[in-house]
Design a protein around this ligand. Structure first.
Ligand SMILES: [Zn+2]
Length: 287
């Protein structure tokens, strides 16, 4: 499927060099970043262009979530430069397209909490979908980012298996071989709602099983641990907003009370257990 190469309405920005040629046959994908600056002004817009070109770290797309300003450094069908390689894997070139979006904002303050998306945002999402990229997050939604000391909550497993094999939307925080924690816990529901999207598909039992298998292959020890990780990876796909908020609160309370990451995950898993049980029952019934 050949899609849109230049997004209608996007300002053309001058890159430091042309983008890399893509030869990958992996499914098409998007990677979301935040530039770690405050959006909304033309001075910051100009500064971000300078910073990204000076570092030779341009994405294909630059977006200001407050003004809906949209810029494009590179055609969507070549590699961007905002990711680090993973050993010998050229991360920026994984996927038939690997579209990177730098949103002017901060990972610790998710932009979907205050943004004003408009027609340029919709044009960008339409272009993304034109490549057959689904409204899904194969590694789960981006985890929360805590600025000091910088870390993600929960820690992202940065699964190589998922990244190399599955298309859809990713955060920089999901990518193997990288250590940045952006774009933070943006609301994936708000993101797709603002794109004039069809309603998001729920995860199927088959997808859940595949994910369990992948996590197991990567060495999670027990069945319980596999299930817990799968629940976390899928948590935004299978729960209501309310259940998700309850699970997040249980997790945060445990961390605040000085519990270990493992104990906090267990606290959240207790909230989500009925959902996991349903999925397992359905999986067993389907053989
Ligand atoms: Zn990034």
């Amino acid at each position: 499927m050949a899609g849109t190469i230049w997004i209608p309405g996007a300002e053309r920005l001058k890159p430091s060099a042309p983008g890399g040629t893509i030869t990958s046959n992996a499914p098409p994908r998007v990677v979301w970043h935040t530039t770690e600056a405050d959006p909304g002004t033309s001075s910051v817009w100009a500064a971000m262009i300078r910073v990204l070109t000076n570092k030779s770290a341009e994405p294909q797309i630059l977006y200001d979530p407050l003004t809906d300003r949209l810029g494009q450094f590179l055609p969507l069908n070549v590699g961007g430069r905002a990711l680090r390689n993973d050993g010998s894997t050229m991360t920026n070139r994984v996927g038939k397209v690997c579209i990177q979006v730098e949103v002017i904002g901060r990972a610790a303050k998710p932009f979907t909490g205050y943004w004003k998306p408009g027609k340029n945002f919709r044009a960008m999402m339409t272009a993304i979908r034109s490549w057959g990229i689904k409204d899904s997050w194969p590694a789960g939604p981006p985890p929360r980012f805590v600025a000091s000391p910088p870390h993600n909550v929960p820690e992202s497993p940065r699964s190589r298996t998922i990244w190399l094999n599955r298309g859809g939307h990713y955060g920089h925080s999901h990518i193997p071989g990288n250590d940045h924690g952006d774009p933070g816990a943006i609301s994936v529901t708000a993101l797709f709602a603002a794109s004039g999207a069809p309603p998001k598909e729920l995860f199927t039992v088959g997808q859940y099983e595949n994910l369990m298998q992948q996590i197991k292959n990567e060495g999670a020890a027990t069945r319980q641990e596999v299930r817990r990780q799968a629940i976390w990876a899928l948590r935004y796909g299978v729960q209501t907003e309310d259940e998700r908020a309850q699970a997040n609160r249980a997790f945060d309370d445990a961390i605040d009370a000085g519990k270990s990451l493992k104990e906090a995950l267990a606290a959240a898993a207790r909230v989500l257990q009925p959902i996991a049980d349903d999925l397992e029952r359905a999986a067993r019934k389907n053989g």
